[in-house]
Design a protein around this ligand. Sequence first.
Ligand code: GDP
Ligand code: GDP
Length: 436
Amino acid sequence: MLPVIALVGRPNVGKSTLFNQLTRSRDALVADYAGLTRDRKYGEGRLGDRDYIVVDTGGISGDEDGIDSHMAEQSLTAIDEADVVLFLVDARAGLTAADEMIADYLRRSHKKAHLVLNKTDGIDEDAAAAEFFSIGMGTPLPIAASHSKGVRQLIDYVLEEIPEVEDEFDSEPEEPGIKMAIVGRPNVGKSTLVNRMLGEERVVVFDQAGTTRDSIYIPYERFEQRYTLIDTAGVRRRGKVHETVEKFSVIKTLKAMEDANVVILVLDAREGIVEQDLHMLGFVLDSGRSLVIAVNKWDGMSNDEREDVKRELDRRLNFVDFARIHFISAMHGTNVGHLYESVEEAYESAMGRWTSNQLTRILEDAVATHQPPMVRGHRIKLRYCHMGGSNPPTLIIHGNQVDSIPQSYVRYLENTFRNVLKLMGTPMKINFKGSE
Ligand code: GDP
Ligand code: GDP
């Protein structure tokens, strides 16, 4: 399970600067797509040797009467769900009333929190730190976020304190089979879909559902294929039947995606695609997981309405054209069975293994059909290819002058590999290695 780091602090102390530093590090699988707005408040990152989730909880201004009324609910939830809180203060501005208020809140919440002294570039660190001892949060950790100074040390330090716990579920001896996360914003029909999928006659649900702090893991079998459904909606929480509506949590959703092989993203046909859906798609892309899209509540819509929805999907989801889209009614069960075909196809694409011989042959054919361009009088040479990883499939191509390969040629190679290997439902990654 990924550790969650929450950034808190009043406005202007440098939270978003630090956030960008912490999330920029993980090499983005997919370049930024027009139309895909990223939720700048939640991100995944990696500095050093562990992945983590970072949340920028937003700022609070100086003159409130109470902190709770002024922090949005999602921010408080984020602090609550974090493994560690980084409380940022501004070394140049010195200690303010708002800082004291936040410190007080954190003390009462009994969260593991570190005081981080930002903007220490070009000033006397010790003198600046001295002022903050009075808030009783120990020695401040000095950084200069905009100069990347001390950021790596900070992360090493805070992550060291968070043990790498095995999932409760991972320790189960049983084969998890294909792990699917059902995700989507509130009210799109996740719970209804989970109940529908598990309620099918041919489904045998095993008894040992594991709960992590975040989601429920439900192992089952269908036509002799093993699955584990990661239920973010909390339908089967501790045997109770869906009495309290589960609180929606972005962090829980991110963790579920990270732990899945295939993500089933549920959309609501009646509401079309909204901002929050796009944020979730951005997270799926970041995670590199396979994706199947289920457009729910397809029942009772007129033909015209259906055409409108399809047009909107075409227009706005072109950046995830590797994913299959199903129009379903979780309520009536229509087309729900077909989701499995795409889940399996996506899983097989994501987990496929190909030998260096196979991959190199595809590369050679691709190059023979369409040569890479000349760079400074020399032709880019691509020599051989092998696998670097799965879920998503990652190919490593060795050659000369690989830094000069234009994006258009990378896309050509990607399309060629996709077609020949019949990859569907999964993103893929190509990395180049120069042999100089
Ligand atoms: P937020 O409101 O807490 O998210 O703060 P921002 O990240 O937007 O930063 C506020 C301002 O402080 C911006 O102008 C940043 O460029 C600046 N800033 C952030 N980190 C540093 C730093 O380490 N040193 C200096 N000198 N300025 C910084
Ligand atoms: P969740 O918050 O994503 O778990 O959503 P729920 O499963 O609780 O569903 C939210 C609402 O949408 C409920 O009132 C459901 O009855 C309704 N709903 C779910 N699936 C469908 C569907 O396929 N068709 C229609 N018409 N309504 C649905």
